[in-house]
Design a protein around this ligand. Structure first.
Ligand SMILES: [Zn+2]
Length: 177
């Protein structure tokens, strides 16, 4: 499927609440094509990450591709990272709150507590076993995307409705836009 044919599913769609299935054929033409199209899609949508369930594909994979853009002017720059069958193997006791948005919940932002540092393992798109530690914003993106594979969205983790804002207000208050 071409990325222009993907349907971005949004909050309320029951498929956003499913447990996704492990990926078994990582090196298959189909999976490799899906990863390429998902990257093109998330870049076109100004996302800093996207999980397969968000385009109604029930597989345990996501992409992290943080960089500054109109939705996240202050996001750090990173090379796109393809994350398949991920697990968190260690979490810091330290939890910090940070603002998140989601392509599946357009127009709002929420203040979400996440572990400041995590150690993770996953399989790369070339079928290598990866173990790595992430901190700060990238750790936050990883936890947000992994939640999507378990049917969880970030507002499930917001502690108060006073910590939800419209995106327009957030951009005004927290960036120079
Ligand atoms: Zn999301």
């Amino acid at each position: 499927m071409n990325h222009t044919d993907f349907e971005l599913i949004q909050l309320g769609h029951p498929h956003l609440r499913r447990q996704a299935e492990p990926v078994t054929e990582i090196l298959s033409t189909e999976t490799q094509h899906l990863l390429d199209e998902l990257l093109a899609f998330v870049i076109a949508k100004n996302g800093v990450g996207i999980a397969a369930p968000q385009v109604d594909i029930n597989q345990r994979l996501f992409i992290m591709c943080s960089r500054p853009n109109s939705r996240y002017p202050l996001a750090p720059e990173m090379a796109p990272t393809f994350v398949i069958n991920p697990e968190i193997i260690w979490r810091s006791d330290e939890v910090e709150k940070g603002w998140e948005g989601c392509l599946s919940l357009p127009g709002i932002r929420g203040l979400v507590p996440r572990h400041q540092a995590i150690k993770v393992q996953y399989t790369s798109r070339s079928n290598e076993h990866i173990e790595v530690e992430y901190t700060g914003f990238i750790a936050r993106v990883f936890q947000h995307e992994l939640d999507h594979l378990d049917g969880i969205v970030y507002i499930d983790r917001v502690e108060s409705t006073h910590e939800i804002m419209m995106e327009k207000e957030w951009l005004k208050q927290f960036t120079n836009n």
